[in-house]
Design a protein. Structure first.
Length: 721
């Protein structure tokens, strides 16, 4: 046996009403586990899948428990028992495990286990019993079908419990058959005697009373018929009542003959007196009234009813009262006589039956007690399963047909519990998804594989309710409240879109169309289940009417702005949400740009006119703020430069005046110098002539010097050697 270590003494208590579900293959390898099982075990899902289920086995569990479990499972039976499991960190937790084989088509496919929180008393008892098995001190104890039992007592009980219901019933039926044959012979004699007596009483007492009552009723009915014809004297009603009266009279005559023939001679005078009185009533009252009605003489009929029918009816009533009492007394006397005979026969029968019943009950109660108790348990568990309660343990203490039913019920309980748990969790997930879809602002619809609408969120309902007047004008059968189950493609105006939208999807598709005067965009996606089967589609409906209108307005505004026109704005009326914010934002941007351009233009215009006092005073941020600061700084710098230029000009003006005065004095001096220069020029001419002569003399001297080698030049002077 696998020993998982380490372990701690810390117990993890399972939450109430929680179910842990796992599945394994035929070798016990985990193939599925729900998130609750993953959370309680402490392992990750990837650490559990593909691993042997004994990964979570705690070393405190005795081997006998798992041997018993596998013995039951291999026999095709479910197994229920208390198990101590180990968490990944070494802590432990107790569960009430329900394990059942999973078969498909008669072939074993694996095993399914459902665990619930056990009671604390069961945990304490199992902890103590399992310790005895681990320590080898469980003498006379065994684990059978998940329970700790004493083997000797179990064997003795199985001697009776292992009998099939068929065997038990055949034995009981055989005994009862013998008993019934004896009692039946006795009863047959008593029955024949009683029947003969009852026939006599019936013919002589009951039948005449019944016929007499019927005749009396017909007599009174004739009176009612006449009164009804008087009250409602229409020809049709009179004709109907006359015919009914004739029928009643015929029946009374028939009853009269029957009674007078069957009555004993001693009873005939009273009966003859009754019918004689009735004949007088008919001839003196009913017949005249009917004749008057036939002649439509209502007054005569009323008179006959008052004056003749009522008096003549009294003798009839007297005879009826007398005969009823007479026959009643006669019947009671006959009944008492027959009752005495019945008491004698009953005493004999009861004595015989009682002796057999005592014996039959002894055997029958043993059978029925266990059978009914098991059936009540089965009924209780059936009710619990029907109510969605799957955590109750189904105890199987019989090996007969009832035990087989309980085993099947346990398998059903486990499998249905798992399926319902999975279905409930999926339903909860679906509900959360539905709530989420109902909460989103997007318009969402879901259609099945036949393109029939099966879901629409609240936003979608509001959208179609809004478009209903326009759609109904084009499609008379459109109703926003009756869309579920129908096909939305029937209300598309574009025939090509109808065909495309009805087709089976294999990828995302986007359709743009005009619907009820609105520009709609349909983004639809196919839906497939885990096996790849096409289930339908989910479509998101986007009303782009306002968006497209805003796009056109923005395009117009941008085009105007590019041309330098910043006066146009986007209209705010009729816009909500994002589009209203966009419109307000663009208008605000244009307002800011226009203000900046106006301030900059005003300032430049002032600068062009030489006014350096203008500046931008409005507050701006970012680039516009830097533009404001730079423009104002430029104006200030220009003001400072112009001031400096002005100061320099004034200085230059003063210097120019001084230079002009100096130039006048210089001009006078220049004239004087010019005169002197003329004289100097004359002297220079003379000097030039002298220089030329000297030059000629120098050339001659150089020629003379070339031939004289004893002449040297030193320090610029000519010296002889």
């Amino acid at each position: 046996m696998r020993i998982n270590m380490p372990v701690t003494s810390n117990e993890y208590i399972m939450p109430d009403h929680e179910m842990l579900v796992s599945k394994t293959d035929v070798k016990g390898v985990i193939t599925y586990c729900d998130k609750e099982f993953v959370a309680v075990s402490g392992y990750g899902e990837d650490e559990l899948l593909g691993q042997p289920h004994n990964l979570i086995r705690h070393p405190d569990m005795p081997t006998q428990a798992f041997e018993d479990m596998w013995r039951e499972l291999k026999a095709g039976k479910p197994w229920t028992g208390h198990v101590k499991n180990r968490r990944k960190n070494g802590d432990f937790y107790w569960v009430l495990a329900n394990v059942t084989p999973i078969s498909e088509g008669g072939h074993l496919m694996g095993y399914m286990s459902v665990r619930t929180k056990p009671s604390r008393d069961d945990v304490v008892a199992c902890e103590s019993a399992y310790r005895l098995f681990r320590e080898g001190q469980a003498k006379g104890l065994a684990i059978k079908a998940g329970k700790v039992v004493k083997e000797g007592r179990l064997t003795r009980l199985n001697f009776w419990k292992n009998w099939s219901i068929r065997t038990r019933l055949l034995g009981l039926l055989g005994f009862l058959s013998v008993l019934l044959v004896g009692v039946g012979g006795l009863g047959l004699y008593g029955l024949q005697t009683t029947v003969a007596a009852m026939d006599e009483t019936f013919e002589h007492e009951v039948v005449p009373i019944a016929k007499l009552n019927n005749a009396t009723w017909l007599a009174q009915r004739n009176r009612v018929i006449i009164l009804d014809a008087i009250v409602n004297p229409s020809p049709e009603n009179i004709q109907k009542r006359v015919a009914e009266y004739a029928s009643n009279q015929a029946q009374v005559a028939e009853i009269k003959g029957s009674i007078l023939q069957s009555l004993p001679e001693v009873d005939k005078p009273a009966a003859e007196g009754l019918f004689a009185a009735y004949d007088e009533l008919s001839k003196g009252g009913y017949d005249p009234a009917i004749e008057a009605l036939r002649g439509n003489n209502i007054k005569e009929a009323i008179r006959v009813a008052k004056e003749q029918i009522s008096p003549l009816n009294e003798p009839v009533k007297t005879y009826v009262t007398y005969l009823t009492g007479f026959f009643t007394v006669s019947a009671e006397a006959a009944y008492l006589e027959k009752e005495k005979q019945y008491e004698e026969i009953r005493t004999i029968s009861i004595t015989a039956v009682s002796m057999g019943v005592v014996l039959a009950l002894t055997f029958g109660l043993l059978l029925l007690g266990g059978l009914l108790r098991s059936l009540r348990v089965a009924g209780k568990h059936s009710d619990e399963i029907a109510q969605g309660i799957y955590g109750t343990e189904i105890a199987i203490e019989r090996e007969d047909e009832v035990g087989a039913v309980l085993q099947s019920m346990r398998v059903m309980q486990i499998r249905q519990g798992v399926e319902m748990t999975v279905a409930r969790r999926r339903a909860e997930e679906s509900l959360r998804i539905k709530i989420a879809l109902d909460s989103v602002s997007s318009n969402v619809t879901v259609s099945d594989k036949d393109n029939a609408l099966i879901y629409m969120n609240r936003a979608g309902k509001r959208m179609f309710e809004t478009m209903e007047p326009q759609l109904r004008a084009k499609f008379s059968n459109f109703s926003s409240g009756k869309l579920i189950g129908g096909k939305l493609s029937e209300f598309f105006e574009d025939e090509a879109l109808k065909v495309a939208y009805r087709a089976k999807l294999d990828s995302n598709r986007i359709f743009d169309t005009i619907m009820a005067g609105r520009i709609m965009r349909l983004e639809t996606n196919p839906v497939y289940d885990e096996s790849g089967e096409y289930l339908g589609r989910v479509t998101q409906w986007e009303d782009r009417t306002l968006e497209v209108a805003v796009e056109h307005e923005i395009e117009r505004i941008v085009s105007s702005a590019v041309k330098g026109n910043l006066a146009d704005r986007i209209g705010i009326e009729g816009k909500e949400g994002f589009f209203r914010q966009v419109a307000m934002g663009i208008n605000s941007l244009l307002d800011t740009n226009a203000a900046v351009m106006d301030d900059a233009g005003r300032m430049l215009e002032a600068l062009a006119q030489g006014d350096l006092t203008e500046s931008i005073r409005n507050e701006y941020e970012g680039t516009f703020g830097r533009l404001k600061d730079n423009a104002n700084a430029t104006a200030a710098q220009l003001t400072e430069i112009i001031s400096r230029i002005k100061e320099a000009a004034e200085t230059i003006n003063t210097a120019s005046k001084e230079i002009a005065t100096g130039n006048t004095d210089l001009s006078q001096r220049t004239e004087e110098q010019a005169s002197s220069l003329e004289e100097t020029a004359s002297s220079m001419e003379q000097l030039t002539s002298t220089v030329k002569q000297n030059a000629d003399n120098a050339r001659q001297a150089n020629q003379l010097a070339a031939g004289a080698s004893d002449i040297a030049v030193r320090g610029g002077e000519v010296v002889g050697q």
